[in-house]
Write a protein that binds this ligand. Structure first.
Ligand code: APR
Length: 259
């Protein structure tokens, strides 16, 4: 069965890259974007470009409102999928995590910071676009609840922006370069919880496939790359990943007792 096959591929692989999207965090209570009821079914993505954000204080008020109400800044907790991915690290079977998520949950679940590449930044900080000082998002959200609907930089009064990548904004170049390099140097690439429709993030699985890596996809709904997948498991990451990693652990144990 597919779970057994994925566990075998992980055991045999030399470099396993895990690539995640919002679907890995929905079981932590953080909404995804394109599922029914997701963020873009409640807010128009057009309203959340960097151009719009910079255009006026009213646009910034709307975006801060969406971020606070939309659940994107909630301090969710890692779910069993995050912990299973972190367990791969403990088993010595994780090259890195490339994530589109800004929720910091892979790090919270125990994946070392230097093994998490956040292609779309991180919602834990807000950054001033003038003096580039960063402020904990928790603090900025506190100012908003206290009535400052469009917070600006306390240091220089510059525009304060969540440190996540907005549509129309360049991805952090070094992170993108590193994520690409890892994608091009792995032999197993596991996609978890993404529609794979947003670029350049969605190039990562293609980079891996182009160098002959095997592709596994764990997702609730179909993706444009499903036909390339050696393993395709339609289901909830929080249920599937712990089963996969448990089988990996047992297989590694029996391997080490045999040798
Ligand atoms: N287990 C597995 N898959 C799930 C689960 C779950 N518990 N919950 C949702 N999914 C799947 C959905 O079926 C969907 O295919 O995860 C996918 C989430 O896709 P999106 O909502 O499009 O999220 P993502 O692919 O991360 O979006 C990429 O788009 O809006 C931008 O910057 C934003 O980083 C985001 C990017």
């Amino acid at each position: 069965m597919e779970i057994e096959l994925l566990a075998d591929l992980i055991v045999q692989a030399k470099k396993v890259v895990v690539f995640t999207g919002a679907g890995v965090s929905t079981e932590s209570g953080i909404p995804d974007f394109r599922s029914p009821g997701g963020i873009w079914s409640r807010y128009d993505p057009e309203g959340f470009t960097i151009q719009k954000f910079l255009s006026s204080p009213e646009a910034r008020r709307m975006q801060w409102k969406m971020l606070t109400e939309g659940g994107l800044t909630t301090q969710g907790e890692p779910n069993p999928a995050h912990y299973a991915i972190a367990e791969l690290e403990n088993l010595g079977k994780l090259d890195c995590v490339i994530t589109q998520n800004v929720d910091n949950l892979h790090q919270k679940a125990g994946v070392p910071e230097n093994k998490v590449f956040e292609l779309h930044g991180n919602m834990q900080w807000a950054i001033c676009l003038s003096c580039h000082r960063r402020f904990p998002m928790k603090e900025v959200l506190q100012w908003i609840t206290e009535g400052i609907e469009v917070p600006d930089c306390p240091n220089c009064r510059g525009i304060l922006k969540p440190d996540a990548v907005f549509f129309g904004e360049a991805l952090p170049q070094e992170t993108l370069t590193e994520a690409t390099r890892h994608s091009e140097n792995c032999d197993l690439f596991i996609v978890i919880g993404s529609t794979l429709v947003v670029y350049p993030a969605a190039y990562m699985p293609t980079h891996a496939k182009d160098v002959g890596a095997k592709l596994a996809i764990i997702n609730l709904s179909p993706t444009p790359l499903d036909h390339y997948a050696t393993v395709l498991i339609q289901g909830k990451a929080g249920e599937i990943m712990p089963k996969v990693v448990e089988k990996v652990r047992i297989k590694l144990q029996s391997k080490s007792t045999k040798s």
